[in-house]
Design a protein around this ligand. Sequence first.
Ligand code: PRP
Length: 231
Amino acid sequence: MSDDIGILVYIIMKNDDGGMSMKYITIALAKGRLADLSIEIFESIGLNCSEMKEKSRKLIFTDEEKKVKFILVKASDVPTYVEYGAADIGIVGKDTLLEEGRNLYEMVNLKFGACKMVVAGPQELKDELDNLNNKRVATKYPHIARDYFQIKKGQTIEIIKLNGSVELAPLVGLSEVIVDIVESGKTLHENGLIVFEEICDISARLVVNRVSMKMEKERIMEIVKKVKEKI
Ligand code: PRP
């Protein structure tokens, strides 16, 4: 949702049998705005995240007492780590989930990181949007944009995939419109663009690996329950 780097958090928890066998419960977090808020939630449910708050280039952080490990990954990779079981749980924006289309359980709407996925462009195109044939749509979210225009609206579009500063595209003639997330609206406003259509609401979600949900149901549901209580 924001920075492209992310955080993967491994949580290792002792079994009830006194720790004879130890299972890893892994949580992937998207770095940036989401990471800071996610760390707050994990601290509030009793995990020691202090090491994660220190500035460093480490990728793994450990809460030895609770047997918790935190690992940093790229934000858009969080669903991949969770789907493949390298992480049992992930905290990631709904935008990334929709774009990645991974096979996961979406368990909790964490409510933070709230923003909207929109179609935006220059004021002068506002009333012409549906009449523009083969319009070029610049976006970091090609799947979301294609689903919206082609499946929902039945329009043929050309997707121009960008990796950031998407608002620039209509200003320099790279595209007619953009599909992007809007939080405060400041970026659009300062670049002379307006929202044409809202595609969907976005916020952080807690997701769970499908196999982990069967194998470690009790411990995962305990984390889910505690997190839900903190929302
Ligand atoms: C996101 C998004 C918009 C901006 C919206 O970009 O893609 O550009 O934030 O926020 P606002 O409505 O509060 O202005 P991000 O900060 O992730 O940077 P990027 O363009 O480099 O991807």
